[in-house]
Design a protein around this ligand. Structure first.
Ligand code: SIN
Length: 554
């Protein structure tokens, strides 16, 4: 299969206004706001966010933030669990950075005002999730950790009067200089006072922290803003995107029926961490004997086991049994999930919770080094949009908030050695393109059927053929729906290129036509790039073996 050809830049009106700052941060979740708070010491900082500031994925994170905070735990143990979950593709050096700098980053967050749940003695209460051999997940408000972290960061950014914030703004494309380095961004602002419509912002550095791509699939835990914008923009700017085939499907997303679409309620792994277990429709526990951690095996293993059970029983969901928690534990430890189940007519105190896997997290993204630098000078990335090498083929539960915090700090520390020179943008003569937003539901169906939990050459090829046709439907006029649709097809095409090329099963990438992990041929990553041609281009996947050298510079 050849992946569909995608536009080289978004069709948009010319900028009606210009502005200039030192650093533009795209995105306002844990990664973006942490980066902005650190970078403000270096120069003028502008945060651009697509909706309102707290609308991204961070606020939905339930489980928590993993860090070796318990004296009985150690960064080394956290490292081992992360490497095992990563199924041989995590960069050990990136993981070492994460686990050693993580505890301080969490303490910084507490100093900033984030309130984690504590025990009677005042110590942070630490929970367990899939793939962790120790209790190391700090949580807040029971199961509302992301919301509390986002609250603390938003409050800190609002206190920092020198950080400018533009809400309801979609960044369209990067402006680049003659040498390919960052010179600025173009963006569209929705009627926010003096800045309205398409504009251009000149800048010395861009920090991409725009989150993930869950809206590629029919059902996802991600909010509606997760349309892969940052990854698509980076590809169009010539950056490398890595490990995109490793899309994590969360095993226990509340099953609301066959036709449920868009953002679905999550039932945190922390529920299994507290002793809930999976059963099929006959009441049989099916995780025992599949992995030493049974129901708490790494996420890819549990998702696959659920899919196998669903195929074997002909059902489209399984159940989570947490009735033994009783009323009080549900109310105190999992108030968000309790409310969400009850709002859908399910009482988890008395009933089994119907669950099925749904798209949750992109383990890959825009390739960075340990300082968050991408392959485009002046372009940095952190959070879900980035591939720092931490997650490999499958992210360990609750490592994502930590990764956002740690690598945002590293980007700011790197920029503190000297902001890049300000550059003049060149005129972009590439042919612009725009896809009709009406194609999105069909795109989501095609990706779910062909590039979901279970994949094969035939299924991927079918998805590619469908999306190839969808790309031919142009939008009548530029606007957010068309820009998002174009970003979605761009990322879909790159994902299909990688998932087709990787002829093995590993981590979150499960090929039923290549069911085994193949370390001899596939111990490495696939880098995706968009060839620099004038017209539409097909994303190219290049295999990068995981030698130590390639981990650092690949
Ligand atoms: C969960 O609470 O199960 C999700 C946590 C995560 O994705 O890391």
């Amino acid at each position: 299969m050849t992946a569909p050809a995608v536009p080289q830049r978004l069709a948009a009106p010319g900028p009606g206004w210009t502005d200039s700052v030192d650093v533009v941060v795209i995105g306002s979740g844990v990664a973006g706001l942490s980066a902005a708070l650190k970078a403000r010491e270096l120069g003028s900082v502008l945060v651009v966010t697509k909706d309102v500031v707290a609308s991204g994925s961070t606020q939905w994170a339930q489980g928590g933030i993993a860090a070796a905070l318990d004296p009985e735990d150690s960064p080394e143990d956290h490292l081992q669990d992360t490497l095992v979950a990563g199924a041989g593709l995590s960069d050990p050096e990136a993981v070492r950075v994460l686990v050693t700098e993580g505890p301080d980053a969490v303490r910084d967050l507490i100093e900033l005002g984030a309130r984690f749940d504590t025990l009677a003695d005042g110590e942070i209460s630490l929970g367990r999730e899939g793939g962790h051999h120790r209790n190391r997940i700090a949580h807040a408000g029971g199961d509302a950790t992301g919301a509390e972290i986002e609250r603390a960061l938003v409050a800190a950014v609002k206190r920092a009067k020198d950080i400018r914030l533009i809400e309801h703004a979609l960044v369209l494309d990067l402006l680049t200089a003659e040498d390919g380095a960052v010179a600025g961004v173009t963006l569209h602002v929705m009627g926010e006072g003096q800045l309205d419509g398409v504009g251009a912002i000149r800048t010395r550095a861009v920090i991409l922290a725009s989150g993930g791509l869950g809206q590629l699939y029919a059902a996802t835990t991600n909010p509606s803003v997760s349309t892969g914008d940052g990854m698509a923009l980076a590809l169009r700017a010539g950056a490398k995107v890595r490990d995109l085939e490793f899309i994590q499907f969360h095993p226990t997303v509340l099953w609301l029926g066959k036709s449920a679409k868009g953002q679905q309620p999550l039932v945190s792994e922390a529920v299994r961490g507290e002793g809930a277990f999976l059963v099929d429709h006959t009441g049989k526990r099916f995780m025992q004997g599949q992995h030493e951690l049974a129901d708490l095996a790494p996420r890819d293993i549990v998702a696959k086991a659920i899919m196998r059970q669903m195929l074997a029983t002909g059902k489209d969901h399984v159940y989570l049994d947490a009735r033994h928690f009783g009323d009080e534990k549900w109310r105190v430890r999992f108030p968000t999930i309790l409310a969400s189940c009850r709002s859908h007519g399910i009482d988890p105190v008395r009933e089994l919770i119907p669950v099925a896997p749904a798209c949750h997290y992109s383990s890959g993204g825009v390739r960075t080094d340990l300082n968050g630098q991408t392959s485009v000078p002046g372009l940095y990335a952190c959070g879900e949009v980035a591939c720092t090498g931490v997650h490999g083929a499958n992210r360990l539960a609750s490592n994502s908030l930590l990764e956002g915090l740690v690598f945002a700090r590293r980007i700011a520390a790197h920029l503190a050695d000297g902001l890049p020179e300000r550059k003049e943008p060149i005129v972009d003569v590439r042919t612009p393109g725009l896809v009709d937003a009406d194609v999105v539901p069909e795109l989501q169906r095609a990706m779910t059927a062909g590039a979901g939990v279970i994949r094969s050459a035939a299924g991927l090829s079918e998805a590619g053929a469908t999306i190839g046709k969808l790309i031919e439907q142009p939008a009548d006029e530029p606007g957010t729906p068309g820009w998002e649709a174009t970003n979605l097809v761009t990322v879909a095409s790159a994902l299909l290129a990688a998932a087709t090329a990787r002829e093995e099963s590993r981590g979150a990438h499960w090929r039923e036509d290549h069911p085994d992990r193949d370390d001899l041929h596939w111990s490495g990553s696939l880098d995706l790039t968009l060839p620099a041609v004038a017209e539409r281009a097909v994303p190219q996947a290049t295999f990068v073996p995981h030698t130590e050298e390639n981990h650092r510079h690949g």
